[in-house]
Each structure stands twice: as structure tokens, then as C-alpha cells.
Design a protein around this ligand. Structure first.
Ligand code: SF4
Length: 440
């Protein structure tokens, strides 16, 4: 058997005790509606009805762009000035749009009413509206609500709000084994693991296959079909596949599920540590773990070497966008040798991020929240080789001679797992190569 690449030994605690630079100024971040773009692709019998303004409709049309060719599973009930006359109009408008939608699309089984910013929408009690729609359309469709408003949510928080709305609806196993599985335990607790967070189907298949080869039965949340929601058991262990699901994790814990702390499955090391957290939980032997993962680890290591030569010793600066920044920075630093100038995150959840913070070089500048002008000043002063930022900042920074990477691309592209590790590295090495070619 080919040798297994070890996870690098640690000498310290990295950034575990970091005091972040906290900023609460103007933000340049998408709102939580954006999550609909990947959520509607994942849950294939769900529909996302944005209760919002024309601005929301335009955002979704342009952000989703290419997907408009297929009949999309999201839309907007436009609530605007004419509804100022009274909330009754808003309810009528919602009834009309939902009726029309369900007649046209009888395949819809799960309907989300997604709240937004306009004052008329804020005044509307969306949970009561959802309850009313539930009564009108029961049992054909289940109607839930959450907020994707830019006032309450940033970018990936929309997925957290959506999954948090689903958690209370998850069924509970009727013969609930109250005893949680213990590592190497003699008790026969079921080897069932919940993986939480939207992943591309191809990634889900790969990670699911590796875990099942270790004898672990995996349930993904959200599932591809709303009729196949995972059943919860008391003590059921879960792993987060995405770092931005703090509310969802908390609600799952409130329902008795147990969070397994782990780095996120980005890069070779992150994926290995993430899988190891599951393997340890179910007492999978090191020999079995190595047997299952050796091949993919070898492939990932080989594929990453190509990008390492390009990225080694380059400097990178992260503006806050997706909450993926810290795991991405850890991957780029440890596996590709990049130097971290600043790692911005919209929100730092210390508990969920603890394994990632421990893997960052001690003294890394971490900022939480944003004051975009001040952050731009720091960035221009540091003049890094590469900046990860939103669409609005990319062009001005490129004009200053700084190579940029759009944060949104990192959320829409399959980047988790062994087979995607080199693709993820390629997202950073390609723009640098392009700039070098242009400069030559
Ligand atoms: S920020 Fe508010 S108004 Fe703008 S698109 Fe998002 S939800 Fe709609």
C-alpha cells in the first residue's frame, strides 16, 4: 500500500487566543438572499419565494444569471409602494403569487417564504404568513420562512437561516437510543453520522463514499429531496461541512445532536482531520482509516504540488465575505506556503473555529466585521500579491495592480474534499499566473 501523508505535527496553539480587530463600519457584503442560488440547486423539490422588492429580484436575476435558462425554483413576490395602503394587500399579493406558483409547479413540496429589507416586508409577520399558507396548501406543500434580509444577514448566513428553519421540522427516531455513541465503545449505538451544510452533489458523493467504506452511515442535511429529511436520534453526532452554520448547529444541539469539533474539509489536511473526527467517534481503526484514505490523499498531494510552486511565499489578504476565510487561509498557509497578511471574517465564532484557529500561524491579523474604507487603507498599504474580496472591490484593486479573487466563486465552486483540493488551489494560482503573463 502507498504510504499515507501525515498531518503536520503541531508545536503551539496558533491563533486560538487571538484578539481580532473588530470593526463595525460600512460593509461591502452580499445579503443572505444569495444563498438561494446554491440551496435551490440542492433541495430539488423546494421553491424559494422572496417576499421583497424589485432590488431583491434584480439581485437574484444577476447573481443567478446563467441558471435562468432552466425554470428556476426561486421567484419574488414584489411588495412595493402600492402596498403602503395596508398589510391586507400584502397578504392578498402573497396568496395570489403562491396560488399561481403551486398551480404551475405541482412538483413543489417545500416552499420557503424568504424575508428581505423593505419596511413593508419587515412589518409583515412572515412566520404567521407561512403558517397561513401552510393551512391553505396542506398537505401538498410544507411552508416555512426565514430572513435573507441584508439588515439581518450577510451572504452565507442565508443558508444558516434556511437550515435553522428546517431543524424543528426534522423527524425524531421512534426508538431513540438515548445513549450517545462513545469512541471505541462496546455499546452498539448506530454508526450514523449527520453531515450538515450544502455541498455540491459530486463532493457529497465522494465524502459519503469514504465514510461508508469506514462503516459509517451518512445522512446529509439538507438532503436533495425534501421528503428525505434526516431523522434525529438523541446523541446523534454531526459534522459541519460549512463554517457558517452556527444557528443551525445550536438548534441541532438543542435537539440532542452532538457536534464533533473538527477543521473544515478544505484541502488535504482539512479533509483528513474532518474524516478523522468521524472515524474516531465510531472507533474506526487507524489501519482502516489509512486503507480507505491513502489513495485519495496521495492523489491530492501530487496534484497540490503543481500549485505550491506558484503560490509559495506569495502574500494574501482576505476581506470578509463568506465565513470561509479562516479555513481557506489555513489551507493556503499550511499546504501551499502562502503568507497571511490579514484574514477578515464577517463573524468569528470561536467555538466552531477553534480547530481552525489552532492551525493558523500565531500572530495572524484577524479582523471581524468590516469598516470598508479602513480595511482598504490597510490593504493598499500592505500591497499583498492577492486579495480575496467581493465583486465591488475587485476592479478598483485590480487597477492598483493587485490580483483579486472573487469570494463568491469560492462558495459556488465544489472545493471540499480530496479530489477538489487542487481545484481549490487552482482558483488562487490561476489569477496570479494570468497577471504574470499579462505583465510579461
Ligand atoms: S439587501 Fe435587502 S433589499 Fe437588497 S437585495 Fe438583499 S434583501 Fe433585497
Amino acid at each position: 500500500m502507498s504510504p499515507v501523508i501525515p498531518i503536520r505535527a503541531e508545536s503551539g496553539v496558533g491563533c486560538t487566543d487571538v484578539v481580532p480587530l473588530v470593526e463595525r463600519g460600512q460593509r461591502e457584503v452580499f445579503c443572505g438572499l444569495t444563498g438561494i442560488i446554491w440551496l435551490h440547486r440542492k433541495i430539488q423539490d423546494a421553491f424559494f419565494l422572496i417576499v421583497g422588492s424589485r432590488t431583491c429580484a434584480h439581485l437574484m436575476q444577476s447573481a443567478a444569471g446563467v441558471m435562468i435558462f432552466a425554470e428556476p425554483r426561486f421567484g419574488t413576490a414584489i411588495i412595493d409602494e402600492r402596498d403602503l395602503a395596508g398589510l391586507a394587500d400584502v397578504h392578498d399579493e402573497l396568496d395570489r403569487v403562491v396560488n399561481q406558483l403551486l398551480q404551475r409547479r405541482p412538483d413543489i413540496r417545500l416552499l420557503f417564504l424568504v424575508g428581505s429589507c423593505p419596511s413593508e416586508v419587515i412589518k409583515l409577520d412572515l412566520s404567521r404568513a407561512a403558517e397561513r399558507q401552510n393551512q391553505l396548501h396542506h398537505p401538498q406543500v410544507r411552508v416555512l420562512n426565514y430572513s435573507g434580509s441584508g439588515i439581518e444577514t450577510t451572504f452565507t448566513q442565508g443558508e444558516d437561516a434556511c437550515l435553522a428553519a428546517l431543524v424543528p421540522t426534522l423527524p425524531t427516531h421512534p426508538t431513540n437510543p438515548a445513549k450517545p455513541a462513545k469512541p471505541n465503545s462496546e455499546t452498539k449505538a448506530p454508526h450514523e453520522l449527520l453531515v450538515v451544510g450544502t455541498l455540491a452533489d459530486v463532493v457529497e458523493d465522494q465524502l459519503g463514499h469514504l465514510l461508508s467504506q469506514m462503516g459509517i452511515e451518512v445522512h446529509f442535511f439538507p438532503p436533495r429531496n425534501s421528503q428525505k429529511m434526516p431523522t434525529l436520534r438523541a446523541g446523534m453526532p454531526f459534522l459541519l461541512a460549512q463554517p457558517f452554520l452556527a444557528d443551525t448547529a445550536k438548534l441541532l444541539q438543542d435537539r440532542g445532536a452532538r457536534h464533533l469539533a473538527a477543521p473544515f474539509p478544505l484541502g488535504l489536511e482539512g479533509t483528513t482531520a474532518w474524516l478523522q473526527a468521524a472515524a474516531r467517534q465510531f472507533g474506526v481503526s487507524q489501519a482502516d482509516f489509512d486503507r480507505v484514505t491513502a489513495g485519495p490523499r496521495q492523489r491530492a498531494e501530487k496534484a497540490l504540488a503543481v500549485h505550491r510552486s506558484q503560490l509559495q511565499n506569495k502574500t494574501i489578504f482576505f476581506f470578509p465575505d463568506s465565513q470561509l476565510e479562516i479555513p481557506l487561509a489555513r489551507f493556503l498557509n499550511r499546504e501551499l506556503g502562502m503568507h497571511l497578511v490579514e484574514v477578515g471574517t464577517p463573524y468569528l465564532h470561536r467555538q466552531l473555529m477553534a480547530p481552525e484557529l489552532a492551525w493558523l500561524p500565531s500572530g495572524t491579523r484577524i479582523s471581524e466585521g468590516q469598516d470598508v474604507d479602513r480595511q482598504l487603507d490597510r490593504c493598499l498599504q500592505d500591497h499583498p500579491d492577492m486579495v480575496v474580496c467581493g465583486l465591488g472591490l475587485a476592479n478598483p484593486l485590480e487597477a492598483q495592480g493587485i490580483t483579486t479573487k472573487w469570494a463568491i466563486e469560492l462558495v459556488f465552486t465544489p472545493i471540499q474534499g480530496y479530489e477538489q483540493a487542487a481545484d481549490l488551489a487552482g482558483l488562487f494560482s490561476r489569477p496570479l499566473r494570468r497577471r504574470q503573463k499579462l505583465a510579461a
